[in-house]
Design a protein. Sequence first.
Lengths: 713, 442
Amino acid sequence: MAAAVSTETVNITVNDIELVVPKGELVVEAVKRLGLEIPIFCYHPRLKPVGMCRMCLVEVGFKQPDGTVRKMPKPQAGCTLPVSEGMAVYTDTDAVKRDRKGVLEFLLANHPLDCPICDRGGECPLQNNTLAYGPSTSRFVEMKRHLPKAYPLSQYVTLDLERCIQCGRCVRFTEEISGDSQLAFRFRGASMQPSTFQLTDFESKFSGNVIEICPVGALTSAKYRFRARPWDLQTSPGICTVTPCGTNIWFDHRSGKFVRVNGRTNEGVNEEWTCDRTKFGHDFYNAADRLATPFRRDGEAFNAASWSEASQAVLAAFADGGEGVAVLVSPTLSNESLFMTQRLVRDTFKTNNIDFRPSGGLAWSERLENKYGLDPVGGTIADLEHAGSILVFGASLADEQPMTFLRVRKAWFSHGARVVVAHEVATEADSFADVVLRYNPGSAAVVAAGLRQLLAKVEGKFTPEHVESVSGVPADKLRAAAASLGENGAVVTTRRLAKPAAEILAVAAHETGRTFLHMGPHANTEGAAALGALPDTLPGGVKAETAGLDTKGILDAAAAGKLKALWLVGVDAFSLGDRDLVSRALENVETLVVTDYRPTESAEYASWLLPLALPAEQDGTYTSSERRVQHMGAILQAPGEARAQWQVAQELAARSGAAPVFSTSEVRSLIDSVAPDYASLTMAKVIDGGELLPRRGQSPHDLEKLAQTLGGL
Amino acid sequence: MAERKLLLEHAHDPAYATLDGYLAKGGYAGLKKALAGERQAVIDEIKASGLRGRGGAGFPTWIKWNGITKDKKGPHYLICNADEGEPGTFKDKQLLEQTPFLLVEGMTIAAWATQSDRGYVYIRGEFVDAARALRKAIDQAYAAGYLGKNIQGSGMDFDLYIHLGAGSYECGEESALMSSLMGERGMPRLKFPHVPLPTVAGLWEKPTIINNVETYSCAPFILANGGEEYAKLGASTKNSRGTKLFSVSGHVNKPGNYEIEFGTTLMELLDMAGGMKGGALKACVPGGSSVPIINAEDCGRAVLAYEEMSEVKSMVGSGGCMFLNEHTCIVSFIWRTSLFYANESCGKCTPCREGTKWMEQILRRIVMGNGQPGDVETLKEICSQIDGRSFCGLGDAAAWPVAAALRVFPEEFEFYIKHGRSMVTSGESVAMAPAWQQAVLA
Ligand SMILES: Cc1cc2nc3c(=O)[nH]c(=O)nc-3n(C[C@H](O)[C@H](O)[C@H](O)COP(=O)(O)O)c2cc1C
Ligand code: SF4
Ligand code: SF4
Ligand code: SF4
Ligand code: FES
């Protein structure tokens, strides 16, 4: 990252082997082209090189006109030195070996070497480098440094100062990547130590990453500490399902139990990072009250029952239920589960009463793709990195779309993108925004209309002065924002932003040739929408002939006693808001079926309680907020008889006469037959890094409709 | 040879620290000449003068000045390094307090030559009097149109600011100084060839010159009298021209700053400082605590000039010249020196952070009477593992004095380790240690 790597190449030699490499590439990277490795500690390819640890010292010389090599008098840090024409690098001379021994001897002098009880033992770069390059004995006979061994930096991160080798990776992460600058070095010399400021908590939404990039066992997970040794762990590739980003993770487990999450590299999505929700938010796999068998209510009590009994009971209540039955599904279920559930609801229950949206949503004809033919998600997370300017509108990205936040920040930090943030409240992105537009609650659409007018250079009533009078955003700021956004770039917002604002932004982005991302809040919001878990939309986005009830309509109908049966699949109705309405609704349906991984508050009202297998306990695909379809295999075994929802749905359908479906790949074939977007995917790509759903390609928008929307403001 | 005062000529006249007094003694003649001619002419004069950096490294000043692009696209910065943290060195303090206008004029000349818009004088935090004197001088220069907009009608704008350090030796290292000036932790930054030179991308990534107080203070004389005139001084040496301030301290009768022509011998300097006090000459650290110590014999043949000093395996450095008499315990002296470097290591790189501490621990153990066979070899090894391997010059500066002491006075270390006490029995040696240390030594 130090010097920009160019397309120009230079000729160098590494250990006398000739090599052509891009000019400006760092020596540590260049030697990898020969399969060589220079040992490192402080260098991290995603952080600015600092040359602190000196582990990577190599000998460097330059070819002279007479063909000889003149070596530089001092060894050079390979992690900070960009290659240049005629450079000769030596990674393996006696001098280099001596220097490495020297650095390791220094690092080990005060190191506690408590490897047997260290969480890093077995995966420790210090151990590994010592084995490969270090001295065999220590001449250090002085008192070792004694420092706090288990200092809690936050509820998640613990610092063992004795093990720290002062490489600064953690400090640089918070400065360069997460941007919260929560860590800094205190004191100097041998007393230097990473620390939070004035011993406050390590307040970050991305703190877990420092545990992973720490090259020793100094930063450890407060949760994982002493839980297992790395060599006891099994690890499997997974996808995070607690955030909408589709973050790629390593799912570590031991004896069938979930242990910890680590970031897995996917350049398109999370690079190698995780947010703390991903990193520390998977403990529910080990919940003590996991459901392992179906339960039937008998009076006040719940009694274990068989799946066969349960299936019969559900069918009895729902089959051919029509208007009188409804299903609410969670947008964190897999594509397969959502698809099979809506199919069951439509074909067997004979109703369109299905919804995944916690709080309302747009009707079919109001959605961007149907109203204007515009892609709600027209770009990718990675696209943002090279967008010259980015408008973040009405979203607290660090909370809502953590990986998108990191990419926007990277666009600014590494590529100098100009960022404009518009929101009602302060957000993390304000810290690096070129212009911040703070608008009054409820005035988002007017601000969006004002920005559109400036960006698209059209006339209208939303002049900066008018916008100021409504939103409180100073007219000059709005102009500055438009100027900063320039002629092209990207617009990022989330589904949390109310309708007219998002619509106006979408059109504005299209009019001015910007990438538009309108990102959904859950792991599979996009899949749920695309595969028909909606009352007015069938798989493939086809409009249903007659619309069913949406979430609000379902709860209202239930409360009014108009629903005979309601099925909550992975949804705790009490999380949907209005507790009064929810409790009336749950009380007034005859049959309430709750499918979940543990008893929720809604379960107290249930006639049947069905155990749900969690995402890592089944094979499935998920469509992330950038509409990337990714796959996760079954990593763990579901407890007892807990089942994936697609299996439950297929069994009910089969019992009512539908052809049985035996596997998720069969489900995917069914999906492909009705959803052309999904049919275009190749499973190999979905498994390896994920594949994006095809973009619609923007058709001309209908300014008449926009005029109506604007007129309504 | 006697003292040769170019900079200190009027130092003891309090009026010289005022603009009127300075002008009365011919001040600002250099700037006037500079402004009357081409910018490049200034650099040519500096080149002809043979001026080399007085901050320690002796780098030819004109090369730095000439390295600033002539095709100005954005701001150019000028920094004066007045951090003067090297133990034994106190010349910049006197220059700031008594001849502040030499610095102000010198920097203005440099600003003209390099099209710099702003200058920062980074003054060691403890130098309160020096900062006050410079503040007064800067204020007077502004009032009389020697700083600020359109200086002396030349159309040149130049602003000069003072920044006080916060007490870290490392902040005298030029890139750490820039970090500190930019509000960051006082840690050094990557250097050429890893990143461009500061003359290309220095402070805030803009073209930047950094020079020592004394270096800038030489410019007025050079411009007023011509580079060739300046270069006549020190003509007897290989490549050292002009005068140099030496801060003489230690066991001498008249410690203080002495300005001498390059080529003066070390013994002449000792004579100027009134000769040895309390005992015969045993050793000298001629250029500040980081340069290698030399014994009395080498003192006898040492000639004060950059290349010549390497003949006695030492350096001119920053000119902090410490004479030690026969009662000095070299082991304790070196322990104290190494304690300084261990304390001042910024912590950025492994060799210096860990090595300086380790050396200090071993030396402390020896001084406390617990030396062990093998300690000397370990110390030598540690020195070689630091020297040239650390991130910045502080690591080297910490290793050199120890390595040199082990080379020049091996018998003292051997004796101390073997007998658990100093070869030098006089109380003098203990008196060198600060009060808290004496308790440890007792
Ligand atoms: C650890 C360390 C401390 C230094 N301290 C000072 C100092 O206090 N004053 C100074 O002028 N130069 C100091 N230097 C030298 C500067 O880095 C730099 O070389 C000098 O300011 C350049 O000015 P010059 O060319 O005029 O000598 C120090 C260097 C090192 C490595
Ligand atoms: S950090 Fe590495 S070397 Fe240190 S105790 Fe842990 S495993 Fe051992
Ligand atoms: S805690 Fe870890 S990452 Fe941070 S400086 Fe220490 S060794 Fe490096
Ligand atoms: S040598 Fe290393 S630790 Fe020492 S002051 Fe320089 S950068 Fe800091
Ligand atoms: S890896 Fe190069 S100095 Fe640390």
